[in-house]
Design a protein around this ligand. Structure first.
Ligand code: SER
Length: 344
């Protein structure tokens, strides 16, 4: 029998991704010892030591879920595994399997865990600005700061998947098996979701997203690689520095349930145009070669995402405030972090 039994644990899927890395490092600094990390590939060496258990496996694999169920007592799930918006367009059916069926498996696991240990399982789910779908650029300009309930008509498979999973989570949290006898009804899933803007990290470059141009531009400049940006210079969408995203996930996870008035919250930090990001990058790396060579199709996706989002509910209900505005994000986080990363 495993010696992991009966230790209340935190499960993190998609551990090797950008958010996974930051989250595991932060949780470990905060003293969380019982982290179970899952990724399709073996969990990265740099975060292994912070985990109680690491598993290379597929969240679609039923036997993996059975193993989790039998070996661990899980009280919190950060379900980060997903195929991002650009990658999902190449294999939409696979994206649906990973993004939706994978989430369903994890929700089911949370129900079973809660029944087993008798406590609610907190289920933290990163959703995305990709759940929005504005019809065209003129609507995007007029819409301004979009609230959670407006324009949720996504055009990407990833956006559809995220939006549906938000509903699935709300269903598991509040309406699960609503026709069953009382004793069988409550799912015990405490579902909480954040719609993230594009995330920019000083330590990892994202892969497969449509907001990746911001990170790619900065990391390319630091490595003295020419970069051709795949969106227009005037394109604007919300972004956030990675530490704020991690902090937000942890703050929402620890918020008292009674203070939460919705299951899904927008958050944002700054929303520069691609040209403004270029200008800041050039100030720091004057020899960088950055051009604009829009890919019409990826551009069209960003054109459906809002220029800005209204995050007043997150601010009101659980005290969200980003620590990094645009200037601080670059001056105090991205530039020093990237200089360290590339030794420059
Ligand atoms: N950053 C994600 C993407 O571009 C959106 O959540 O796919």
């Amino acid at each position: 029998m495993s010696d992991h039994i009966r230790k209340p644990a935190t499960l993190i899927t998609g551990a090797n991704g950008e958010v996974g890395h930051g989250l595991i490092e932060q949780l470990s600094q905060d003293g969380e010892r019982n982290i179970i990390a899952i990724d399709l590939k073996p969990v990265d060496e740099s975060i292994r030591a912070s985990c109680m258990a690491t598993i290379a496996g597929d969240i679609l694999d039923k036997s993996l879920l059975d193993r989790l169920q039998s070996e661990f007592e899980i009280h919190t799930v950060f379900h980060l595994a997903a195929l991002l918006s650009t990658r999902a367009e190449f294999t939409p059916e696979l994206a649906h399997q990973v993004n939706v069926e994978g989430t369903l498996h994890l929700l089911k696991l949370a129900v079973e865990q809660s029944r087993w240990h008798g406590n609610p399982v907190k289920f933290l789910f990163p959703s995305s600005v990709a759940v929005y779908g504005l019809p065209d650029v003129s609507y995007k300009k007029k819409a301004g700061r979009v609230s959670e309930r407006e324009w949720t008509v996504p055009v990407t498979m990833y956006g559809c998947n995220k939006l549906y999973c938000e509903h699935l989570g709300r269903y598991y949290a509040t309406h699960y098996r609503q026709l069953a006898a009382d004793s069988e009804r409550r799912g015990g899933v405490d579902f909480r979701s954040i719609r993230f803007p594009g995330l920019i990290s000083a330590v990892t470059v994202p892969s497969g997203g449509t907001s990746d141009y911001a990170s790619e531009m900065i990391h390319a400049a630091a490595q003295e690689k020419p970069y051709a940006c795949f969106v227009r210079e005037d394109v604007r969408m919300p972004f956030m520095a990675m530490p704020d995203a991690i902090h937000a996930l942890l703050t929402l996870a620890s918020a008292p349930a009674a203070s939460l008035t919705q299951t899904v919250y927008n958050i944002t930090s700054f929303n520069p145009s691609a040209g403004e990001i270029r200008d800041i990058v050039l100030r720091e790396f004057p020899h960088a070669t950055i051009s604009f060579s829009p890919d019409d199709k990826r551009q069209a996706i960003v054109d459906t995402w809002p220029e800005d989002v209204d995050d007043s509910a997150a601010r009101r209900d659980w005290g969200f405030t980003p620590g990094y505005n645009l200037a601080r994000a670059f001056d105090e986080y991205l530039i020093p972090g990237i200089r360290r990363l590339y030794n420059i």
